[in-house]
Design a protein around this ligand. Sequence first.
Ligand code: SAM
Length: 498
Amino acid sequence: MFPEPSLSPGPHHLNRTGCLIKISDNTGRGVYASQFIPKNTDIDISPVLLFSKQEYENHGRHTVLDHYTFKWTEGRMALALGLGSLFNHSDPPNVTYSLDIRNDSIRYTTARNIHEGEELCIFYGHNLWFTPAKPSSQTCSEPETDDGWGGLTVVGDDQQDEIMDIPNPYADGDTEAITSEEDLPFIRLKPAPEEEDAQSIQTVQAWVVDVPDPRHITTLLKWLKQAGLDGPELGHLKRIRKHDDLTSLLLSTTADPPQPPEDLNLPAPYLLPVPTSAALTLPSLSLKSALWPTMYTPRRKDEPEPWTRGKVAWAWNAMKRTVGAATKARLENDELPIAAHIPAPYDDRTATSPLPTFIAADTRRSTRHPLRHASIIAIRQMADYRASQGLDPPPDDDAPSVDPQSDPKETRNGSNYLLTDQTFFVTHEPCIMCSMALLHSRVKEVIYLHPMSKTGGCGGSACLPMLKGVNHRFTIFQWKGTTKVTAEDIRIDPTIDV
Ligand SMILES: C[S@@+](CC[C@H](N)C(=O)[O-])C[C@H]1O[C@@H](n2cnc3c(N)ncnc32)[C@H](O)[C@@H]1O
């Protein structure tokens, strides 16, 4: 059924589940099935060789190891021994893998039934360092994120019970210690300043005069000042342009041409389109400066807020629970496997009456309602709860279903229906509608697992909190998953609005 690629047999290394190594012209060595292998079979458990962060930085990453190693915890890198290093990349993959931090090994499991002769492939992530032999089935452009090993993403097990069994890798240690950025299980997405292309650059007509004798420039700059033509409206542009041997001076955007001092004998001013704003990125700088020399003002990034180990452990549990809810929604209710979760805030852990946890799955299928997205439901749960002043919520099909693990009575104060200061966990990047709802809700930060590059409103197809004119911004994180909370099972069609 699966055509034998132009393979030389290579060394066989037949393992107990029937995996063997073959060599193809396009992808080099790879792992192939010598027989039918059912879904959910553990096909290999590869021990790993660990490199310390320093060892890897100084040596490993400058060698071919960089194409083979997986990101481990505490900045360490792992080389899978045996078959583990030989799985090639495919999107979608037919093999998932999970890191077993305790036993220094990686487990590879079939994600579906595998036929004899089929190549077994894992998913390396979206930032490949080579051109994949088979074109990716996903055409989405994903955010520039670090996915795993030099480029690999951990795609974990799809069994909810197993997900729930995984020990939290951040559970031990000093809860007050600050976790370094690279040890965080998520990536802070710093939405790029708006990129511009040549067509989208806004321009305005400005008067320019050529100055054959550059010694006149000083006089002209003084004259601009005296004439009141040195206002801030052109402050994003340089006044003088030197092009080949010609010096030109930017005068004004006035309707009529300004009249420079006559005794300088300058040629008549002429109109030129110039950019209306400074350049935020280097590509934009070169496009704009081709029109007129432009100032470069990259956006200053906010100082990232540090995450303590205790808070990271809390986030890990929260994301695990979110994934569990999404998996359950699909398995038990035949819904889309999408869930959103507002856990009791980490800082409430010692409070006598902490906020309850709100967790919601998508219900658009069962309610036949196009707006029953998990995020909208979770936002509404919390808003209703906070505004309810102890009253029972309205009997609606997406009305609050406050987590039974929590006792809401104590903290209902009705003072605030917003999600101010809340961390919002969601299995998939929220769509534009949900991102706008999150913005309206004044949420503090959103952590999502799967990017939705075609429909997402947090950087995928648009970035709502970065829009001009919005009255709130929230921080966005993408889970990178050195844990099994990353579940391939809840991947969905990239064109779905989440
Ligand atoms: C972890 S190794 C996999 C084993 C490798 N094929 C070998 O012979 O050692 C990763 C390397 O395999 C190659 N590779 C993996 N998947 C590929 C794909 N889909 N298309 C082309 N090359 C691929 C790339 O050269 C990549 O750097």
